[in-house]
Design a binder for this molecule. Structure first.
Ligand code: HEC
Length: 120
């Protein structure tokens, strides 16, 4: 960032399904706020999930790109399925991802083996 120069700030907003009316942002720690310009396009996804013959690869490709880039997955340290099960459950419970329980299991196994420390 260069002092005194304008800078474009971008982000993604999501909600539980009611719709987003406006987004505000602050550049001074919350003292003043300004309205963001809302668009509906998601940034082009350039990252990909690691290939696998496991069913969870398909499931993850469908479910884990809805809200954020797969970079979120790529940037995690190698972790076992149990970690991923907790992580995917968090996406469902905390962030409202509509992923069925059987898919959560498949995705966790896929991530635990392909990205993690579990036996392939
Ligand atoms: C309903 C939206 C949504 C879906 C679908 C979703 N996530 Fe997330 N995910 C989030 C949000 C919100 C965050 C936190 C964003 C932040 O902190 O910038 C996040 C963060 C993450 C992180 C970073 C670590 C963390 O816990 O914050 C990982 C890893 C992750 N998601 C994995 C997944 C995987 C794997 C899937 C597919 C099973 C998935 N996500 C599907 C909303 C979602």
């Amino acid at each position: 960032m260069t002092a005194g120069k304008p800078m474009r700030v971008r982000g993604i907003a999501f909600d539980g399904g009611e719709g987003i009316r406006d987004v505000q942002f602050s550049t001074d720690g919350g003292q003043t706020w300004q309205a963001a310009k809302l668009g509906t396009e998601l940034p082009q996804e350039t990252s990909q999930l690691k290939a696998s013959t496991r069913a969870g690869h398909q499931a993850a490709s469908a479910w884990c790109v809805m809200c954020h880039s797969v970079d979120y997955i790529n940037s995690q340290p190698p972790m076992p399925s149990a970690f991923w099960h907790a992580e995917v459950t968090k996406m469902v419970k905390v962030y409202g991802a509509p992923i069925p329980e059987d898919q959560v299991k498949l995705i966790s196994e896929y991530l635990g083996t392909t990205y993690g420390t579990d036996q392939k």
